[in-house]
Design a protein around this ligand. Structure first.
Ligand code: NGS
Length: 283
C-alpha cells in the first residue's frame, strides 16, 4: 500500500491503483504560491500537457483519477491564480485529473453546496473518477505532499490556511478543500442544496460525514499549508443557523438525491471544463 511517507497512512481500497511510481519522485515539498497574474493564453502554452480540462500521465497509470470541482462565480483573477498554482502541483503528484469550474448564473445568492453537487454529477458523467475534490478557488495548497487523493474516509486538506494563521479555525472545520471517493460522496448525499449565501454548508458537510459513520481525516496535516488569495464581497446567507437545524432532519432528502438544475453550458477548455448552471428554479 503506497502511503507516501505520510503521518497516517491512507489505506487503499481501490482495486486498480495504477503503476506510476508512488509516492512520486519529483515532488518539491513546500513552495510559496505564485501570485502573479498570468493571462490565460500564456497558461495554455505553459500547460500543454492538458487538453479538454484533463490530464493523464503518459507512461504509466495514475494511482487515482481525480475530479477537482471548484464552485465559481465572478472571480477571473483568482481563477487564473488557481490554475497557475494547482495544475503544476497535481501534475507533479502524477495523478490523472480533470478540473471542473462550476459557475452559477446570476439571480440568487451563491450556493457552494449545490454547485459542488453539480460538479460531482457532471464529472462522473465524463468518466469513472475515483475521487472528487471539492476545492475553494481562493485556498491553494503550498506543499506538494498534500495529496489530492482519496482514502478510506473523507480527507480534509485545508488544515493550515494562511487566513486562519496557518491553523484549523475550529476542530470540525471542513471548508476549503476536501476529498471524497464516489461512494463516500454518495453515502453522505453530497452537500446540502438549501444553503444560499456564505456560510454553514461546510458545517453541514462535516455533520453528514459523521452521521454516515465516516471520520473526516487530516492525513496530510503536517503538509497542509495553504495560501489564501484575497477577495472581497461575500454575502451571508441569513438563515444558515436555521438551515443547519433543519438539515439534521432532512439531509437524506437534500443533496444529490434531489438535485435539480439547468445545465446552460458545458464547455471543454484546455485547462478546465466550464460548467455553467442555472439553479434558480421555482420549486
Ligand atoms: C464559519 C462558517 C463556515 C465557514 C467558516 C470559516 O463560521 O461556513 O466560518 O469562514 N459557519 C457558519 O456560518 C455556520 S471563512 O473565514 O473561511 O470565511 O467556512
Amino acid at each position: 500500500i503506497p502511503n507516501s511517507g505520510l503521518e497516517q497512512p491512507v489505506s487503499d481500497h481501490f482495486s486498480n491503483h495504477g503503476n506510476c511510481t508512488w509516492p512520486p519522485l519529483n515532488l518539491q515539498g513546500r513552495t510559496p504560491l505564485n501570485r502573479t497574474d498570468i493571462p490565460i493564453e500564456k497558461l495554455d502554452k505553459q500547460f500543454t500537457f492538458m487538453a479538454d480540462g484533463h490530464y493523464k500521465p503518459k507512461n504509466c497509470t495514475a494511482y487515482q483519477k481525480i475530479a477537482i470541482v471548484v464552485p465559481y462565480r465572478d472571480r477571473q483573477l483568482q481563477l487564473r491564480i488557481f490554475l497557475n498554482n494547482v495544475i503544476p502541483r497535481i501534475h507533479r503528484q502524477q495523478l490523472e485529473f480533470g478540473i471542473y469550474i462550476v459557475e452559477q448564473t446570476a439571480g440568487s445568492l451563491f450556493n457552494r453546496g449545490m454547485l459542488s453537487n453539480i460538479g460531482f454529477v457532471q464529472a462522473m458523467k465524463d468518466m469513472a473518477y475515483d475521487c472528487v475534490v471539492i476545492h475553494d478557488l481562493d485556498i491553494l495548497p503550498e506543499d506538494d505532499r498534500n495529496f489530492y487523493i482519496c482514502g478510506d474516509n473523507p480527507i480534509h486538506m485545508a488544515t493550515k490556511v494562511e487566513k486562519f494563521k496557518y491553523r484549523v479555525p475550529y476542530h470540525s472545520f471542513a471548508g476549503g478543500i476536501s476529498t471524497f471517493s464516489k461512494k463516500q460522496y454518495e453515502d453522505i448525499n453530497g452537500f446540502p442544496n438549501q444553503f444560499f449565501g456564505w456560510g454553514g454548508e461546510d458545517d453541514e458537510l462535516f455533520a453528514r460525514i459523521k452521521r454516515s459513520n465516516y471520520k473526516m481525516t487530516r492525513p496530510f496535516d503536517a503538509h497542509g499549508h495553504c495560501g489564501s488569495v484575497q477577495h472581497s464581497g461575500q454575502r451571508t446567507g441569513n438563515d444558515r443557523m436555521k438551515m443547519l437545524q433543519i438539515s439534521r432532519k432532512i439531509w437524506k432528502q437534500d443533496g444529490l438525491t434531489d438535485l435539480e438544475y439547468n445545465l446552460v453550458e458545458k464547455r471543454r477548455k484546455q485547462l478546465y471544463v466550464w460548467v455553467y448552471a442555472d439553479i434558480n428554479m421555482s420549486k
